[in-house]
Ligand binder design. Structure first.
Ligand code: SIN
Length: 279
């Protein structure tokens, strides 16, 4: 199915629950208001949207991101010289980690976690290196009413310190001795500020515990929610090509970068859009 939302711009859903490819628009150039609004509508409906053949420069990628909000500066990773809002995503034969190896919503440890992220890869391995995206609306909707009632009012702690950021960006020149990383408590079920839909908002990357529960109960509840959220039924899998772009809504999507291409190179840049405090 393909839906024309503008003279040339088309939105092609990839699954019924999450993901769409956007055709007929050059996002490396200035967009008119109708194109920008059509892209925002597609993001809100499909939660992650994909573009092909968009050879962004750092400035044009930042300009595209700014159409949707102020840009976020990563709490741990320094951007390239003169571009603090750019996060380099890179893996090669020397890599010991890659960004996004655990399911997560970007920087959910921030008090106001990012609205969305826009990743452009200019170099991709011959095979592998896909990214999985999962709809946290679909994960929430699939729970029973009794279970939804149990989650109502719970909050969870998200922490950037534990095994996420500490020491992770040494190869980019970051020295994090003596500094601390963000930590925040957010509702386990958040309401999307633009769509009003409810989404699960705990993830294995950042969430350390459910607040106010004994450790064993918190661990068991998180283990269930993580396994549930990772069901293939809620996912779309994106196969990258050089100069593909993915734009995801961190308020209702988790993602996982699959590192199955070592020692090959996969490289590009992400801009991240500031968000609001979850409620
Ligand atoms: C990330 O932003 O978490 C990385 C995603 C990816 O490399 O596919």
């Amino acid at each position: 199915m393909s839906l024309a939302v503008h003279d040339r711009l088309k939105v092609v859903p990839l699954t019924r629950r999450i993901g769409a490819e956007i055709l007929g628009v050059d996002i490396t150039q200035a967009l008119d208001a109708a194109e920008r609004d059509a892209i925002e509508r597609a993001l809100l409906e499909h939660q992650v949207i994909f573009f092909r053949d968009q050879p962004f420069e750092l400035e044009s990628q930042k300009a595209f991101g700014r159409l949707f909000g102020a840009l976020h500066v990563h709490p741990g990773a320094p951007g390239p010289e003169g571009h603090p809002e750019i996060l380099r995503i890179h893996a090669d034969a020397q890599s010991r980690h890659v960004a996004g190896e655990a399911w997560h919503s970007d920087v959910s440890c921030d008090l106001a976690p990012p609205l969305g992220s826009i990743l452009h890869l200019h170099t991709v391995p011959a095979s592998g290196g896909d990214t999985l995206f999962a709809s946290m609306y679909a994960a929430y909707d699939a729970l029973s009413d009794r279970f939804k009632a149990l989650l109502e009012g719970l909050t969870a702690t998200h922490d950037g310190e534990h095994d996420v950021y500490r020491g992770r960006y040494r190869h980019l020149g970051a020295n994090d001795a003596g500094r601390s990383y963000p930590r925040a408590s957010h509702p386990v079920v958040r309401t999307h500020p633009a769509t009003g839909r409810k989404a699960l908002f705990v993830n294995p990357g950042f969430t350390t515990h459910i607040d106010g529960l004994p450790r064993a109960e918190s661990d068991a509840l998180l283990a269930f929610l993580h396994a549930h959220s990772q069901k293939p039924d809620f996912q779309v899998r994106f196969r990258w090509r050089p100069h593909s772009v993915a734009f995801w809504d961190n308020r209702c999507v988790q993602h996982l970068a699959i590192w199955d291409y070592f020692p090959d190179v996969r490289s590009g840049h992400r801009v991240t859009i500031q968000g609001d405090r979850p409620f």
